[in-house]
Design a protein. Structure first.
Length: 186
């Protein structure tokens, strides 16, 4: 994408933003390429020049979400502070950002479950986060850091599915990390 013109990149951005809005409003299954083109203010041939179908467009949205998820975690996790706080902030921002995006959508559950066919993209990002956590836990002398990292990531996903908004997700994840990590420190 680096060699695309600014005009093409701007159009792509408009399409992705429009697709996200339409899917949040109507759900994945009910979203049409026509509705996305209309929301983006472009002609359908222009949309199809960028994305061959709705699945390809959704995959691009997932790739963008996965990339942003990893960046948000890294920014918060790499900050100064106690380990429990850094992990809590990293996971809270990672899952809280997803909750913010989904908040208010009557189709949140469908959209959270739809990416299962693209789970390998999420797994790559989650594996990188888990590796960072495992290294940090090992450096802190925490036994069973592999399992702790897995439990925290799974818990974050569960919290995302149970709490109503990003702030509640962030608070629950920070509380969990504080209690579990502080209790695991030697």
């Amino acid at each position: 994408m680096a060699n695309l013109s600014p005009r093409v990149l701007e159009k792509r951005r408009r399409i992705l933003d429009a697709a996200r809005e339409v899917m949040l409003r109507t759900g994945f299954r009910a979203t049409t390429m026509e509705a996305i083109a209309k929301e983006a203010g472009i002609a359908k041939p222009t949309l199809y020049a960028q994305f061959s179908d709705k699945d390809t467009l959704f995959e691009a949205l997932i790739e963008e979400l996965v990339s942003e998820k990893a960046k948000v975690f890294a920014r918060a996790f790499e900050a100064e502070g106690p380990l429990a706080e850094r992990v809590g902030n990293g996971l809270a921002e990672m899952f809280g950002g997803i909750a913010d995006m989904l908040q208010g959508s009557p189709h949140a559950a469908e959209l959270v479950n739809e990416p299962q066919r693209l789970a390998h993209k999420f797994k790559r990002a989650d594996d990188a986060v888990a590796d960072s956590l495992k290294r940090a836990f090992s450096d802190a002398g925490i036994d069973d850091g592999d399992r702790l990292a897995t439990v925290l990531l799974a818990s974050g996903a569960g919290i995302l599915g149970k709490y109503p908004d990003g702030d509640a997700v962030r608070g629950a994840i920070r509380l969990l990390c504080d209690r579990v990590i502080r209790g695991s420190l030697p």
